[in-house]
Write a protein that binds this ligand. Sequence first.
Ligand code: ZN
Length: 188
Amino acid sequence: MLVVACHLTACPECRHRTEIVEALGGVLLEQLPAAQLTENCLPETLSRLDAPPPASEHRPPPAPPAWAPEPLHRYRLGHWCWIGPGIRQIVVVRKGRSATSARLLWIAAGSALPEHGHSGMELACVLHGSLVDERGRFAAGDFAEADRELRHRPVAGPESECICLVAIDGPLLFAGPAGRLFQSLLRF
Ligand code: ZN
């Protein structure tokens, strides 16, 4: 959802479609018979939501970087970690110890992620710069979806570094010793 929310901040067309779907959802909800809610319904529901990391009481959170769209502002982003030549990452959210996660990738201009396949779904939104792979070029705000069918080697455009938000629900599949080293640095 975080990747989609970031894309929506940059794409009026998808925002418009979302508004239509939400309006339709509202109409359908209004037609449903009312259900009895238990007393604990609201606190239980709230406790299931992903809570952002607690902000320090004394220090105001640092100002979000210019490339970070509004949906990312509720997350305290750590430091960029080196994971390969010209590649850094910040893990934004992660489900337990599994590979299911949303992470920010920083790729130097002209650098590439090693070629990989996908064991599940990969959703990405380019936040800064551009990314080119076997499917074409993705500019800031563009949304890209990959699945088990796709193997690709994303390359940052030559004009600037590329920053993108990527959500995956299974480990990426890298080949060869160098790929497996990269996989361990990604901490899947
Ligand atoms: Zn991929």
